[in-house]
Design a protein around this ligand. Structure first.
Ligand code: SF4
Length: 420
């Protein structure tokens, strides 16, 4: 690992909780239902997040624990039972139902694993029940996906068949393009986890080669390793550099020469580098500060420095799995400052002191920073936009160059108006 400055920080946090990931998970697996066992705050979060992002009938619900339920666990169980019965009667298309835990103390006391076990017996052959936590006390927003995938692993059957398993939700069209490249390389047996249907789970075993598409799946990775899967460590497929190294890692595991990979991706990489130029003109030399939220921060910092020539002031990340991120960290420039965890006030002080051109942060911090004249980019946009792959490199850079361009135009107009 090259010379990187690692720091840890703890204190008040300002991040979305793991419930947020339901928004992209239910889009990925339309036959699954996410039942949030939580308070009205949870219901508001999930409804406003989804209301902004999707226009379909939601496939998640919230079992709201009223005041009377909070007085005793028996009532909470009863309420949950009633909601599940109603739901299954009304929505026979549901094949997998996730009970998603949240923060209120009465919910924490509920043993959702036992509830899921009982429901599995009652609805045997009709619906599968699983549970995980999306609580803000235990998770940041991308970790919800880690919990959901980990819960699915025990349902995956075993196989000795050799395959490449792409792990982590990405946009379906991006996934199709990756599969096409792998096919051209000669890797034919490729599956994805999560699959597009919750019941269509891939089989796994000692000849399964796991390639992560997202960096926030540490628990899932560990459980896949326990099931005998081989883990392919690589930078993540963001930008030309990350995507190339990611493809090379898969090719090496299948004994495909590097030269073949470079031949196949050369036209794509050339096009992407050309398309990046106009964004690089805007981003070059601009100071970037990444606050911790999505766990994508290290990969984004690597892309924005190495391919867009931005200067990194600080790279925050809610959690750091050094083994998983080693290949990424090795690509960062010397003396990059990585801060794991959060003390939001101290971080905001450092932001103000360093006067960055752009701050990547959560939605809650963006407005106050903008009000102070500091330009921001919501980190949540990175998980809702198709940013993976060589051909998406320019679009990814565009997410950062657009706000800077817009602000430049606004400043120029204001200056011109003031002049006359
Ligand atoms: Fe619910 Fe806790 Fe998330 Fe708030 S932080 S929405 S209470 S799970």
């Amino acid at each position: 690992m090259n010379k990187i400055k690692f720091n840890k920080e703890s204190g008040p946090r300002e991040v979305f909780c793991g419930l947020t990931s339901i928004v992209w998970l239910h889009r990925r697996m339309p036959d699954a239902f996410f039942l949030v066992v939580g308070s009205r705050t949870c219901a508001h979060l999930i409804q406003s997040a989804a209301g902004v992002m999707i226009f379909a009938e939601p496939r998640f619900g919230t079992a709201i624990l009223e005041e009377k339920d909070l007085a005793g666990l028996a009532d909470a169980h009863e309420e949950l039972d009633k909601v599940v019965n109603d739901l299954i009667a009304r929505r026979p298309e549901i094949k997998t139902l996730f009970l998603v835990g949240s923060c209120p103390s009465e919910v924490i006391k509920l043993d959702l694993a036992t509830v899921a076990e009982k429901l599995n017996k009652r609805f045997l052959g009709q619906v599968r029940f699983l549970n995980y936590s999306g609580s803000g006390i235990e998770t940041t927003f991308t970790q919800g996906e880690d919990g959901a995938l980990k819960a699915l692993i025990p349902l995956m059957e075993s196989t000795e068949e050799e395959k490449l398993l792409l792990v982590g939700t990405i946009a379906n069209n991006v996934e199709d393009r990756f599969k096409k490249i792998f096919n051209n390389l000669g890797i034919k047996n490729i599956e994805s986890f999560p699959p597009r249907q919750s019941t269509d789970l891939p089989k796994i075993g000692c000849n399964t080669k796991v390639l992560l598409t997202q960096p926030y799946l540490s628990d899932t990775l560990r459980d896949l390793q326990h099931r005998g899967c081989e883990i392919l460590y690589a930078p993540f497929p963001l930008g030309v550099e990350g995507s190339t190294k990611w493809l090379l890692a898969a090719a090496n595991a299948f004994k495909i020469p590097d030269l073949k990979v470079h031949e196949i991706i050369a036209p794509l990489a050339n096009r992407a580098r050309q398309a990046l130029e106009s964004h690089k003109n805007v981003l070059k030399g601009k100071k970037l500060f990444l606050l911790p939220e999505s766990q994508l921060e290290i990969s984004l910092a690597r892309f924005l420095h190495n391919e867009c020539e931005m200067d990194l002031i600080e790279v925050g990340t809610p959690y750091l799995n050094k083994e998983l991120m080693e290949e990424e960290i090795n690509l960062l420039p010397e003396n990059t400052k990585i801060v794991e965890g959060q003390h939001v006030e101290k971080q905001l002080d450092r932001v103000r002191e360093s006067q960055p051109d752009l701050v990547v942060c959560g939605m809650g911090l963006a407005n106050p920073l903008e009000a102070e004249g500091i330009h921001t980019k919501w980190s949540i946009e990175m998980v809702f936009s198709p940013i993976h792959g060589i051909d998406q490199a320019a679009d990814l850079a565009g997410l950062f160059s657009k706000p800077l361009k817009r602000n430049h135009i606004l400043t120029t107009k204001t200056l011109a108006t003031n002049k006359y």
